[in-house]
Design a protein around this ligand. Structure first.
Ligand code: ADP
Ligand code: MG
Length: 391
């Protein structure tokens, strides 16, 4: 017999000997205890629904009622299946609840009105010799979007690796082509002028196309090549300063003024300097290209708790809303002669630092990229270094 029943059991066995007042007190105590359990259930972040073996609702906590928009009143017994609007969840419960003997788990996306990803546990249990089911709902929306991102990243990575192999193979025949084109050019000089003219035109087209192809392959390989990251304690302000200095002359020519606001209080932390340097240059060049008539590019560093943020805010042409989901994709470009690899590199570098990059843009007004980097310190890594030293 379950332990929590012994009290009730004792009471029942002595029913005829218990006076009215004592009985009333017992019942009041029991009711208070019951209410306390329900209050506790209501404070949970998980959704909890209790039903009997046939799926009649016995209790719904606040979170479950909010997620599933359940309007339930204790006085009106009703089957859970008939209250749930989401078709996938309703179907799962209808299918699983009758005669449930073992735990069941299922991940189900539910609209409320935005999509939330619920992990639904069905847990059968017995109480007072009656069968019940606890339906436990856990919100996995955040984990889920993290998983999707990871999945996306690994798919991109394997594709890039595959393509890098192909690009590398293309390099050799391309070289040979270039050499033979040069030879042809020399030979052409021997031909009579009339014939030479037409041929020279084709030859120069072939040469420039081959060079273009060569450039595409080189760009791709330099974006795809990924030596392992080298994390060092670096000052983010200094890396930015160096990158700004490097693009200085180019920005001046394009009449782009850089308004740089470092965060002097930001401590050094673990980053790959070269990768970040390249990333900053990519973002600055994009901003410059978005402001053909010149303008101001604001760059501001800030720290919030254990996260450093770097904001790049331009006054450029902005990004079409329909383009926004694609700008980090390899080869996405809206520019004539653009390679479409800059932002992909930025995205990868930021991800590899455990960070994130967000973009906000308004057509004709400008674009803001905000990079968030976790402030990592070497303390966390010490045990690892120790082991490496002893080897
Ligand atoms: P590319 O510069 O070679 O086109 P990127 O990967 O650097 O490739 O950028 C991809 C696309 O994202 C650009 O072609 C452009 O449409 C858009 N973009 C990037 N940065 C900006 C910006 N600061 N302002 C407006 N559009 C931008
Ligand atoms: Mg670019």
């Amino acid at each position: 017999m379950p332990k929590n029943n012994t009290f009730v059991q004792k009471l029942l066995s002595r029913m005829d000997r218990v006076d009215k007042e004592t009985l009333k007190n017992y019942v009041v105590d029991l009711a208070a205890e019951n209410a306390r359990y329900h209050e506790v259930l209501d404070t949970l972040q998980e959704g909890v629904i209790l039903t009997d073996a046939r799926g009649q609702i016995e209790w719904v906590n606040a979170q479950a009622a909010a997620w599933l928009d359940l309007k339930w009143r204790k006085e009106q017994p009703v089957a859970i299946g008939s209250l749930i609007e989401d078709p996938q969840l309703a179907l799962f419960l209808k299918d699983a609840l009758p005669d449930l003997t073992e735990r069941r788990v299922e991940d189900i996306p539910v609209l409320n009105p935005r999509e939330i990803h619920l992990r639904v546990f069905l847990i059968p249990f017995e109480a007072g010799a009656k069968k019940h089911v606890c339906i436990l709902l856990v919100n996995r929306t955040e984990e889920r979007s993290f998983e999707i991102n990871l999945d996306r990243l690994s798919r991109i990575e394997s594709l890039v690796r595959l393509a890098a192999g192909v690009a590398h193979e293309i390099g050799n025949p391309l070289n040979a082509l270039g050499i033979h084109l040069q030879l042809l050019k020399k030979e052409l000089k021997e031909l009579p002028a009339a014939k030479r003219k037409a041929l020279e035109k084709s030859l120069s087209a072939m040469t420039s196309e081959t060079e273009r192809l060569d450039q595409i392959v080189k760009n791709f390989l330099s974006a795809a090549r990924k030596p392992p990251l080298r994390f060092r304690m670096e000052n983010l302000n200094t890396i930015l300063e160096d990158a700004i200095h490097f693009v200085g002359p180019e920005m001046k020519r394009a009449r782009v003024k850089i308004d740089f606001r470092p965060d002097k209080k930001l401590p050094p932390f673990l980053v790959d300097r070269n990768r970040l340097y390249q990333t900053f240059i990519n973002l600055m060049k994009n901003a410059k290209e978005a402001m053909p008539k010149g303008g101001t590019l604001g760059i501001a560093v800030a720290q919030k708790a254990k996260i450093a943020s770097i904001r790049f805010q331009d006054q450029g042409i902005g990004i079409e809303e329909e383009d926004l989901p694609h700008i980090f994709d390899a080869y996405f470009t809206t520019k004539e002669g653009g390679a479409g690899l800059g932002l992909m590199t930025v995205y990868n570098t930021v991800s590899e630092h455990g960070g994130r990059i967000d973009v906000a843009s308004k057509k004709g007004r400008g674009t803001t990229f905000t990079m968030l980097l976790p402030i990592r310190e070497p303390k966390l890594q010490l045990p690892k270094y120790d082991m490496a030293d002893k080897k």
